[in-house]
Write a protein that binds this ligand. Structure first.
Ligand code: HSE
Length: 430
């Protein structure tokens, strides 16, 4: 079709995503060339196990055992890193690619969450493009939306459900009325969990993603250590059912916003209204909500993982490079990103409180007194059917600080009427 030199890829990592990229490069060769004005080809690939049958013919490509060698090959223009891991071969090979003047496309959220600032500075000093659309929310083009489409906005808040596995577990708990452990096992059987499941259910994977979005949205250096992290392991079926009864769903929700007190980044279970887009998000799907001063609220929903969706995001980056589009990794030069100053306190919110009360006269009055003393005002309250001695009670508060809730929780133990540990979950206004 054209004599323009192809853009030559070296792909490291031939798992689900790597194989997906190989398939798209082949299936859509003509479409890609037409859209980019030049062909995109694969020169060489690298993976741990050469003998493994991946269901795709890799014989047209050179094989490298060492991703660092692949990254530095003279006949590779773009190093596509799809191995994962915050350090080790992923980091070494990305650094090698930058040193060799190769563009980099990666799906590696852990690498960028931990080393994003140094890597972006190195990439920009070397005059190469480093893109990472596939690292956040799989097939949803959220990086592009923030860095390009919404570039003229002051971003006020970014929110999202960015771990499909957690959303699968939480929504299946509600649908099947089974506990966390049963649905964790189901997710494991379906192959949804990361090799280290704590990355999913501990909120770490989603926290990595949130820290990357924060950097772009607020022009700050990636600061994963400042993300307030809490996973979903303490969420019970009772919480899910009682939250639903009060008109809410429980989501592992990421929220990033700048407040007068600094940058707030949280990845934690939150209640959201059942009838909101976030509340209606079912199964292993992701949703990112972006709020900008001019655009208002944008909601993007799609597959957060899987071969096709994640490879689609990788190809979007590759094709930008083929088109000659250059853009700073985090939307503005890395050396101009401000240090992220963590907020000293989260913005006030309403809270859902669940506790089990001794069923005796005056018990509720004692609870109300503790809440009142902490400055926590009750908005709604419901008591559920009880056995002979205890009764589950749910309270939805008016907006208050997290510190006030913590003071109330600490005080409840001393009332002598609360059995077990009370639970508090933030209600996010969406
Ligand atoms: N484990 C992630 C999820 C996908 O469940 O959404 C990769 O980040």
């Amino acid at each position: 079709m054209t004599d323009i030199a192809p853009l030559r890829l070296g792909i490291a990592g031939l798992g689900t995503v790597g194989v997906g990229v190989v398939k798209i490069v082949r299936k859509h060769a003509k479409l890609i060339e037409e859209r980019c004005g030049r062909p995109v080809t694969i020169t060489a690939v690298a993976a741990r196990n050469r003998a493994k049958d991946r269901g795709v013919d890799l014989s047209p490509y050179e094989w490298e055992d060492d991703p660092v060698a692949l990254a530095a090959r003279d006949d590779v223009d773009v190093y596509v890193e799809l191995m994962g891991g915050s350090d080790g071969p992923a980091k070494a090979s990305v650094e090698a690619a930058i040193a060799a003047g190769k563009h980099v496309v990666t799906a590696n959220k852990a690498l960028l969450a931990h080393h994003g600032q140094a890597i972006a500075e190195a990439a920009e000093a070397a005059g190469i493009v480093l893109r990472f659309e596939a690292a956040v929310a799989g097939g949803i083009p959220v990086i592009k939306a923030l860095t390009e489409g919404l570039a003229g906005n002051e971003i006020t808040r970014v929110m999202g459900v960015m771990n499909g596995t957690c959303n699968y577990i939480l929504t299946r708990m509600q649908a099947t009325r089974q506990g966390y452990d049963v649905l964790f096992d189901e997710a494991a059987k379906l192959g949804y969990l990361e090799a280290d499941p704590q990355l999913d259910v501990g909120g770490i994977d989603a926290g990595h993603k949130l820290s990357l979005l924060s950097a772009i949205a607020f022009g700050t250096q990636v600061n994963f250590d400042a993300v307030e992290l809490e996973g979903i392991t303490r969420i019970t079926l009772a919480d899910i059912e009682q939250a639903a009864d009060m008109g809410y769903r429980i989501k592992l929700l990421g929220v990033a916003q700048t407040t007068g007190r600094g940058l707030e980044q949280r990845m934690s279970p939150c209640l959201v209204p059942s009838n909101s887009p976030l509340g209606q998000l079912e199964g292993g799907t992701n949703m990112v909500v972006i709020e900008g001063d001019s655009v208002g609220q944008i909601v993007m929903r799609g597959a957060g993982a899987g071969e096709g969706p994640t490879a689609s995001a990788v190809m979007g980056d590759v094709m930008d490079i083929a088109r000659g589009i250059t853009i700073s990794t985090f939307g503005k030069p890395a050396t101009k990103l401000a240090p992220a100053v963590p907020a000293k306190a989260t913005v006030p919110a309403a809270f859902y409180l669940r506790m089990t009360l001794q069923d005796k006269p005056g018990a509720l009055a004692k609870v109300a007194q503790v809440l009142g003393d902490a400055g926590v005002s009750i908005n709604r309250m419901r008591q559920y059917g009880h056995d002979e001695t205890v009764a589950p009670v749910i309270i939805v508060t008016h907006k208050c600080s997290r510190a006030a809730i913590d003071q109330a929780l600490a005080g409840l133990g001393g009332t002598g009427v609360v059995a077990g540990e009370p639970v508090a979950i933030r209600i996010e206004a969406v």
